[in-house]
Write a protein that binds this ligand. Structure first.
Ligand SMILES: Cc1cc2nc3c(=O)[nH]c(=O)nc-3n(C[C@H](O)[C@H](O)[C@H](O)COP(=O)(O)OP(=O)(O)OC[C@H]3O[C@@H](n4cnc5c(N)ncnc54)[C@H](O)[C@@H]3O)c2cc1C
Length: 359
């Protein structure tokens, strides 16, 4: 008989976990409090920038970079497969990444050399970025992006085609300590049963599990983004000191984002809008006076050192966690999904699972 799995949370991590479980023959249900692949109240996956790269990888532990690297390698093929099977183009692009000062050039080039990532020291003025003169920059031509709302739509479509049940507008209640998890109750009083459960609830994961013995250190970290449509767009992702701009294929330009420790408050603020638009205009003066087409936020599942938990629950049988991907959940989701499903199926994981264990 096919194994029945319930996934709690329909962001990119939950959807990608579902795809992997389907591929391995499971009967899958995703339970989502809101709507999968839509912008509602703070979910991170719709809101993200879509850069498939950990911004400054030399600042992170190997355990972070292993996941981002293994995932990034699969994105082109994954996007093509989704487009082929669903007809939805997720706007995968190899747009490259221009790193502007100040940054640690020695650390950056050493890391790129050690990790076979193409990196070319350049003058920023070689690129079509107004206001940048002869600044010493670093050009990473192989960095890619996706368009998160389109990627989520494509995944949703694929999951529907592959008979994944989606229980939307359905919230699961915080879990009580138990030895074996055979069922889980929804806010409406329904009881869901399964052979295995996986928590992929992003920033809300700790709230769901805090009455169990799992030591989860996950809290929401808000990020805000602005959207422009300049007459002449950038041709590459541009990054300067914690701030980035992402040009889209259809002429839009994202500018962001912030890292704000404000709990579950998902509202956008005028103060941050002004701050982001000043930074964007400093790189691209032509944005001055242009309307801000959209301003949104998302709540990232923040974790110390950006290290996710991809693991069996330490004391509840049949319960697994795939959560806490913080700033790079879009990037990490494919490798993270493979790893959790390896663990759920008792297979030898392709990656070392120890750094992501739940204590
Ligand atoms: C502004 C911004 C920019 C970003 N840019 C990038 C980027 O360029 N590259 C990158 O790799 N990453 C980026 N990220 C990070 C990335 O978006 C996140 O790491 C990733 O989306 C996390 O995915 P998730 O599925 O874990 O969480 P979410 O997308 O938040 O999904 C969790 C889901 O669980 C549901 N849920 C919660 N509790 C319950 C419950 N009790 N019952 C049922 N459902 C529940 C929620 O409604 C939600 O839909 C960015 C994030 C933000 C906010």
């Amino acid at each position: 008989m096919r194994k029945k799995v319930v996934i709690v949370g329909g962001g990119i991590v939950g959807c990608m976990t579902a795809m992997e479980l389907v591929r391995r023959g499971c009967e899958v249900t995703i339970v989502e409090r809101n709507q999968i692949a839509s912008q509602t109240s703070g979910e991170s996956s719709w809101a993200g920038g879509g850069i498939i790269f950990p911004l400054l990888p030399w600042l992170y532990a190997d355990a972070v970079n292993v996941l981002t690297h293994h995932s990034a390698e699969t994105y082109r093929q994954l996007s093509e497969r989704l487009q082929h099977e669903t007809g939805i183009d997720a706007h995968f692009e190899q747009s490259g990444f221009l790193l502007l000062p100040k940054f640690d050039l020695a650390a950056a080039t050493a890391w790129c050399n050690n990790n076979q990532l193409l990196a070319q020291p350049v003058k920023a003025s070689a690129f079509a970025v107004q206001s940048l003169s002869g600044e010493d920059a670093l050009w990473l031509p192989t960095v890619c992006q996706i368009r998160p709302p389109y990627f989520m739509q494509a995944m949703r479509h694929w999951l529907e085609q592959n008979k994944v049940t989606m229980l939307e507008n359905t919230e699961l209640l915080p879990l009580q300590q138990t030895a074996v998890l055979n069922s889980w109750q929804t806010l409406n009083g329904d009881i869901l049963t399964a052979d295995q459960f996986v928590v992929t609830s992003g920033a809300w994961s700790f709230e769901l599990l805090k009455q169990t013995s799992a030591q989860l250190n996950i809290k929401p970290m808000r990020g805000q983004i602005l959207l422009y449509k300049p007459q002449k767009n950038l041709q590459q992702i541009v990054y300067r000191e914690g701030f980035y701009m992402i040009p889209r294929r259809d002429g839009y330009l994202l500018a962001g984002s912030t890292l704000e420790d404000v709990g579950f408050e998902a509202a956008v603020t005028r103060e941050v809008r002004d701050e982001i638009s000043a930074k964007a205009q400093a790189i691209m003066p032509a944005l001055k006076g242009l309307p801000i087409i959209k301003h949104w936020s998302g709540l990232r599942p923040g974790t110390p050192e950006n290290l996710p938990t991809i693991s069996a629950h330490p004391s509840i049988e049949n319960l697994y966690l795939n959560t806490g991907h913080f700033r790079y959940g879009l990037t990490m989701a494919p490798a993270s999904a493979k790893l959790i499903v390896d663990l759920m199926q008792g297979e030898q994981p392709a990656l070392d699972a120890r750094p992501y264990a739940c204590l």
